[in-house]
Each structure stands twice: as structure tokens, then as C-alpha cells.
Write a protein that binds this ligand. Structure first.
Ligand code: FAD
Length: 563
């Protein structure tokens, strides 16, 4: 039934139209990446990002919504009754995979020529594509993350023969020949507490083992290359007794490696990708590196995944923010455009400042990873503390941002025709996966006492403060409070230490975030200055009764987004 011809009978103004390219619209992304990358690196990626940005705003978006609505299924048997246990995906999933492969997010890191050419910035290049990809599809970003992690472990610890055989399948340009990765750690007895795991590995001969036992959460269960933690000697408890095994989907004779899928997980979000419970029963695995050093090696993959997790969180927050911003620019309420209401401007100021903070901190962490991989010991120490810090804060802040953006879009924000509900469901896994918030706090404390991470962070804060004397004074006061709190924590009981770690690391995060913002390129001024002003105002807010909202022009400048 058609509605009466009344021009006011509509949700948004007729000028409403979403961005047609998430790369060319995002001034903040372009500024940061241009500043961080070499001109050769930026020039190489630019056309790829131009294409990916257009896909993410258009075709990919439709594919992602479809793949989310048609979750993978476990096909137990062939039509002739043979047990096959295959995962059936909607074709949209494979179309998304081709977009990922064509974007070169992994190729630029692993194809030997490109790897050598961009050695000093390979993570920034790959994560640039990952950020744009995850603006539309975060379910599949999980398998892509683990594929990169698998490549990293193969590269660092694998045998030459395995590298030669498997890496080309990771840097391929065709989705049909793409080999994907997975990591099986979690068991019923232990997720956070990986040292409680039970899966056994019995030697057959040489480095070949037979694995048995149950793995409780196995994402991308259809992977071709899987790294599995298992125990060769049950008398050695905890993580000290874990070794790492390379498990391939196909054995050398081309037959399937036995790996039983008990059932697929019925997940709240990231539904496009298959997560399962698995039974290892005679599964053939190859010992990688030395026996009992499995956890240490797996930490390389976990820490990389934590940065992927943060990229996914920041990207989801950006998508929600731009959806809400655009809606508010074209929605009328109480006789004016929604964005002109003071309470809406105040909320957008808060959300944009929070976004800018996690966005800049994320790219600082990615730069630290690139430098650490190229031998920079200071950045390696910083990264040790920064990885759990950004993992916790990006996933938690991202979740808050998405929820608030949903509310800013009113009823439409809650309806599945729009992307917001999917983003909300997808982002909620990020604080849990790869270590929940408390586990990140414990890890930050370990990094503080067992590495130079805290000292390097403090030195960077001091150095930045000395270059910016006006803001620097408050930074130094806060830093000295944190340094004396650290000493108190070192002498506290374990219970007091754990109970105090949340507020302590929240303060340290805020101070370091503001430091990184202060270091930013002057070209970034509109959003940097306004975000720093917001954080400073917030820290003094209890003393102020009155508050003036930013103008619409300033909110737009802060957003760093053009349609
Ligand atoms: C969608 C999805 C996909 C996943 N994919 C994979 C995968 O591919 N591979 C894989 O190995 N795992 C995977 N996981 C598992 C995931 O990494 C774990 O769920 C996570 O590490 C938490 O472990 P757990 O579920 O055993 O919870 P628990 O370890 O029981 O933790 C429960 C709560 O207790 C808290 N807690 C635990 N110990 C402490 C402590 N000492 N102090 C304070 N608080 C504590 C935690 O912070 C958490 O909030 C996946 C999970 C999900 C939801």
C-alpha cells in the first residue's frame, strides 16, 4: 500500500545517502596511515584501499549482511551416506573471501618480493586493509587473523619444507587456492587457564604425533593449517608441559586428517564464520620447534591476534559512528536537524574523542609491532605492555561506542535491516576472545614487572611532556602519581594488587593515550585538539557546573569524515 503523498512522511531527508567509499571518506585514516607509512608503502596500498573502500561501502556490505543471516552448516554425510563432516557456507562467504584475498592484506606481508620490500611496515600495510575490510565484515576477519598468525608461526618456527609448501597458499591471489589457518587452544578445562588443558600427543615417529582429546572452541574449523596445543608428558603440569603441533586438513597422501566435528557453536555474533567443538582422535600432528615450548611459540600468534582483535573493535566502532553521524545529519526532530541538539552534539563529542583515542593508540601499537619485528628493543618492550592494554580498551570502548550509536539512531538502530544490530552482536565477542578483560589486566601487570614496558612508556610520556610544556605539566603530575602507585602495588598482597589493577591501568591507559594524541602530526589538528580538550575537560568535570557544547562545524571536523 503506498503512503499518502506527504513530503514529511519519511524518516530521513531526501539528501541522505551513505558514503560510496570508506577509504576516500575517512580523512583520519588517510592522515594517520600517510604519516606512519613510507611513501612507497602508501603508494602501493592506495589503489588497493581505493578499491577495498568502495567494496566495503557497497557490495561487501550486502554480502556481509547475507552471510550473517545464512550461518554455515555442518554437513555430516554425503548423499551416498559417507561421513564427510564438511562445512557448507553461503556463496556470499566465498565472495567475501575473494575480496579479502584481492585486497592483498596477507599477500603484502608474505609474498617474498613484497615482504622484502615492505619489511619495516608490513603490519601497518596489512592492518590498513584489515581495518577497511572489518568496517563491513568482522566474522571472516577472524579466519584471516588466524591465517596471518599461522603464517607468522610457520615463518618463525616452521621447517623450510613446510614454509615452501604452505606459505604460497597464504599469499595467493585466488580465493580458490587460499589456505586458511586456525588455532586450537581452548578446552573445557581451560580457556583463560590454558595450562589446565588435557589434549594428549603420543609420538608415532620422529616429529610425527597422534593427538587425542577434545577442543572446545575452534573457530574457522574448516581451516587447512591448524596450530594445536597438546601435552606429550602428563606429568609436567601447566603451560610448561604444552607443545605445539602443526595439523593439516589433508595428510601427505591426500586423505583427510581425522578430526571430528562434534557440533557447530550457535553464536550471538560473527555468525558468517564456523566455530565448532572438535574431537581429536588419531589426528596427525607435527611437532613444531622444541617439545614443551609450545605456549611460548603460541604466544606469538596470540599477541598478533590481540592486535587483530583491536583492529576489529576500532573498525566496528568507526562504522557505527559514521552510521549514527550520517543519520543524525539527516534526521529531523522537534523542528530541527537532530545533530543540532546540544545533547546530541555533546554525545558525539564524547564518542568521537573516545574513538580518536583508541584509533591513535591502535596505530601506535601496530607501529611498535613493526619496529619490534625489525629489532627495536624499546618498542618490543613497549609492545609487551601495549598489546594487552589496547586489546582490553579497544574492545570495551568499541562495545560502548556501538551501543551508544545504536541509541543515537533510535528505533532504526535496533532493526536488522540496518547494519547496527550485526555490528553490536559481532563486537561483543572481542572482549572475550583472545583473553577476557581480567586476563588482560593480569597480563599488563606481568608486563609491568617482568619487562621494560612500563619504563619505556613512562620515558615516552616524559619526553612528550617536555616537548609540549603547556599540557606537559599535568601529564608529569599524573605520571608521578602512577609511578608511586606502581611501587605500592609491588608491595601489596596478591588480592589487593588484583583488585587495584583495573583503576591503575585505566589511568595509565588514559595518560598514554593522551601522550600519543599529543605526538600526532599537526595535520591531524582538528580532531586531535578537540579530543584532547574533551579529555582534559572530562578530568576536571566534577569542578564545573556549566558546559558549552561544541558547534556542529566542530563536531564535523572532529569526525574526520567526508561523504
Ligand atoms: C566466538 C568464539 C570463538 C572462539 N574461538 C576460539 C578459537 O578459535 N580457538 C581457541 O582456542 N579459543 C577460542 N575461543 C575461546 C576463547 O578464547 C575463550 O572463551 C576465552 O579465552 C575465555 O576462556 P573461557 O571461555 O574458558 O572462560 P574462563 O577462562 O572460564 O573465564 C571466565 C571469566 O573469568 C575470568 N577469569 C578467569 N581467570 C581469572 C583470574 N585469574 N582472575 C580474574 N578473572 C579471571 C575471565 O576474565 C572471564 O571473564 C572462542 C570463543 C568464542 C566466544
Amino acid at each position: 500500500m503506498s503512503s499518502p503523498e506527504n513530503p514529511r512522511n519519511r524518516v530521513l531527508s531526501s539528501q541522505y545517502g551513505p558514503s560510496s567509499n570508506f577509504f576516500t571518506s575517512d580523512r583520519m585514516f588517510a592522515h594517520v596511515l600517510k604519516h606512519q607509512l613510507s611513501s612507497a608503502g602508501y603508494s602501493y596500498m592506495r589503489p588497493l584501499w581505493q578499491t577495498l573502500g568502495e567494496e566495503a561501502a557497497g557490495r561487501m556490505n550486502a554480502l556481509s549482511l547475507t552471510a550473517d543471516k545464512h550461518a554455515p552448516e555442518l554437513v555430516e554425510r554425503s548423499p551416498l551416506g559417507d561421513t564427510i563432516q564438511e562445512i557448507r557456507f553461503h556463496p556470499a562467504y566465498w565472495d567475501l573471501m575473494q575480496v579479502a584475498v584481492s585486497s592483498q592484506m596477507l599477500r603484502v606481508k608474505w609474498e617474498p618480493g613484497l615482504k622484502a620490500r615492505f619489511k619495516s611496515e608490513q603490519h601497518a600495510l596489512g592492518f590498513g586493509s584489515g581495518f577497511l575490510f572489518a568496517l563491513s565484515e568482522s566474522g571472516q576477519y577472524c579466519p584471516l587473523c588466524m591465517t596471518d598468525g599461522v603464517a607468522r608461526l610457520l615463518d618463525m618456527f616452521g621447517e623450510e619444507e613446510d614454509k615452501k609448501r604452505l606459505l604460497p597458499g597464504i599469499f595467493t591471489e585466488q580465493a580458490s587456492s587460499f589456505l586458511t589457518g586456525a588455532m586450537f587452544l581452548t578446552e573445557k578445562s581451560g580457556g583463560s587457564d590454558v595450562g589446565a588443558n588435557l589434549v594428549k600427543a603420543e609420538k608415532i615417529s620422529g616429529s610425527t604425533y597422534r593427538l587425542s582429546g577434545e577442543k572446545w572452541f575452534c573457530s574457522n574449523v574448516n581451516a587447512d593449517i591448524i596450530f594445536v596445543l597438546a601435552r606429550t608428558d602428563e606429568s609436567i603440569p601447566g603451560t610448561r608441559g604444552l607443545s605445539i603441533f602443526l595439523v593439516e586438513k589433508l595428510l601427505t597422501d591426500g586423505t583427510r586428517n581425522p578430526l571430528g566435528i562434534i557440533r557447530l557453536k550457535d553464536k550471538l555474533g560473527v555468525r558468517s564464520m564456523a566455530s565448532a567443538e572438535c574431537m581429536l582422535d588419531g589426528t596427525i600432528g607435527k611437532l613444531v620447534g622444541k617439545e614443551f615450548e609450545g605456549f611460548k611459540m603460541m604466544a606469538e600468534m596470540m599477541n598478533l591476534s590481540r592486535l587483530y582483535n583491536s583492529v576489529a573493535a576500532v573498525s566496528a566502532a568507526r562504522r557505527a559512528l559514521i552510521e549514527a553521524y550520517q543519520f543524525l545529519c539527516h534526521r529531523n526532530s522537534f523542528g530541527k536537524t537532530a545533530i543540532t541538539h546540544a545533547l546530541i552534539r555533546t554525545k558525539l563529542e564524547e564518542l568521537t574523542a573516545l574513538y580518536t583515542g583508541i584509533f591513535y593508540l591502535l596505530w601506535r601499537a601496530i607501529a611498535a609491532l613493526d619496529r619490534a619485528d625489525n629489532g627495536d628493543v624499546r618498542d618490543a618492550a613497549l609492545l609487551r605492555l601495549l598489546t594487552p592494554m589496547i586489546k582490553k580498551t579497544a574492545s570495551e570502548t568499541g562495545g560502548y561506542l556501538v551501543r551508544e550509536c545504536m541509541e543515537l539512531m533510535g528505533g532504526i538502530g535496533y532493526i536488522e535491516d540496518f547494519v547496527l544490530p550485526k555490528i553490536m552482536r559481532d563486537i561483543l565477542v572481542l572482549p572475550i576472545w583472545e583473553g577476557a578483560g581480567n586476563i588482560m589486566l593480569l597480563d599488563m601487570w606481568r608486563a609491568t614487572v617482568k619487562s621494560d614496558g612500563f619504563a619505556v612508556m613512562c620515558a615516552e610520556i616524559k619526553e612528550t611532556a617536555s616537548l609540549h610544556p603547556e599540557e606537559g605539566k599535568a601529564f608529569l603530575t599524573e605520571l608521578s602519581i602512577l609511578q608511586s602507585q606502581k611501587e605500592q602495588l609491588e608491595n601489596a598482597s596478591q588480592d589487593i594488587l588484583e583488585a587495584s589493577s583495573g583503576p591503575f591501568f585505566e589511568r595509565l591507559f588514559q595518560l598514554y593515550r593522551d601522550t600519543v594524541l599529543l605526538q600526532a602530526s599537526p595535520d591531524d589538528a582538528p580532531w586531535i585538539t578537540l579530543s584532547l580538550a574533551y579529555f582534559s575537560k572530562k578530568s576536571n568535570s566534577s569542578r564545573q557546573a556549566l558546559s558549552e557544547p561544541l558547534s556542529v562545524e566542530k563536531i564535523k571536523a572532529m569526525m574526520g569524515w567526508v561523504f
